[in-house]
Design a protein around this ligand. Structure first.
Ligand code: C2E
Ligand code: MG
Ligand code: MG
Ligand code: MG
Length: 290
């Protein structure tokens, strides 16, 4: 990839006026190398069962430690990876790490799940289910350990093909979650037709739900709808104790966010699971039902 050439040419006519674009091109040029050189890492944000407080899973979040620029946030490099086709490589790295780590977590005797984000364009790939199946086998992990998160926007862009891939992923025994629910153009029809397992209420509704009436109403009715559809419902962005209590009272199953735990290393999650095991706290997908 001729990143240098692109950068040079861009400078010639942008004259550095658009620093963001110059930086984007640099990151784009460096990203392919980052995948090969092991500059990508994974952090795990814990998820708790709202009835028991036990950690029952964690979401894998990609991190890029750029050798010169330092940490680059996923909101900056994931879109670049999606546009450039590097997202398949990034996802393969995250999936591989996540399954290796959930295997270690499950060796404690608990049955936590790990959630991996899938970009919409990967749902266009017929090979995805085979890739996921091979990764599960390689790490000797049960399919029910893996939750695949897709965004509403992704589902809508090519509903038929995405639907077929989602069905095949679920047929493997993986769970599929609709991420950032409420922010896309997902009609309720898509929700039923796709037959997903989990709904993640977007942080923008959860944050402030204890003080803002509209958000409270949206969260309450979304939890109710998800439960009535038989879906597991997860609240993102739970940032304080009052919000966690309110969600528990509404019957939301699972919470994730600053108050529950910031993204942590696999070892830190393992330590939390071991602590729970010693305290005799039940953890695992089974603890989520009801
Ligand atoms: P997401 O999948 O919705 O992940 C949740 C994001 O919200 C994470 O940001 C997490 O750190 C943040 N978050 C969770 N709770 C709180 C809270 O209480 N307060 C605040 N302020 N933030 C909270 P992160 O790690 O920066 O990831 C951002 C987005 O990047 C993710 O949103 C996801 O869409 C994308 N992403 C991350 N890793 C991957 C990946 O491996 N593949 C793909 N395709 N996308 C990824
Ligand atoms: Mg997610
Ligand atoms: Mg989300
Ligand atoms: Mg998000």
């Amino acid at each position: 990839y001729h990143a240098k050439e692109v950068r040079g040419r861009f400078r010639t006519y942008a004259g550095g006026r658009d620093g963001n674009s110059v930086q984007r091109l640099r990151l784009l040029g460096d990203l392919g190398r980052a995948v090969d050189r092991g500059e990508l890492h994974v952090r795990y944000q814990p998820q708790i069962d709202l009835r028991t407080g036990a950690v029952v899973g964690a979401e894998a979040l990609a991190r890029w430690q750029h050798p010169e620029l330092g940490p680059v946030a996923p909101d900056r490099f994931i879109p670049l990876a999606e546009q450039s086709g590097l997202i398949a490589g990034v996802t393969a790295v995250v999936l591989d790490r996540a399954l290796a780590d959930v295997a270690r977590w499950r060796a404690t005797g608990a049955t936590p799940s790990v959630s991996v984000n899938l970009s919409a364009r990967l749902l266009d790939d017929d090979h995805l289910p085979a890739l996921v199946a091979a990764a599960l086998q390689r790490h000797d992990v049960e399919a029910d350990a893996l939750v695949l998160e897709v965004t509403e926007t992704g589902i809508v862009s090519d509903p038929e093909r995405a639907g077929a891939v989602v069905r095949r992923l679920r047929a493997l025994g993986c769970a599929v979650a609709v991420d950032d629910y409420g922010t896309g153009q997902c009609s309720l029809t898509y929700l039923t037709d796709l037959a997903v397992d989990e709904l993640k209420i977007d942080r923008s509704f959860v944050t402030g739900m204890t003080t803002d009436r509209a958000r409270a109403v949206i969260v309450r009715s979304t939890v109710q709808m998800a439960r009535d559809l038989g879906l597991r419902v997860v609240a993102e962005g739970v940032a304080d104790a009052a919000t966690q209590r309110a969600l528990a009272d509404l019957g939301c199953h699972v919470a994730q966010g600053e108050h529950v735990g910031d993204p942590a290393t696999a070892l830190e999650v393992l330590a939390r699971l071991q602590g729970q095991a010693r305290a005799g706290v039940a953890g695992g997908p089974g603890a989520r039902e009801g």
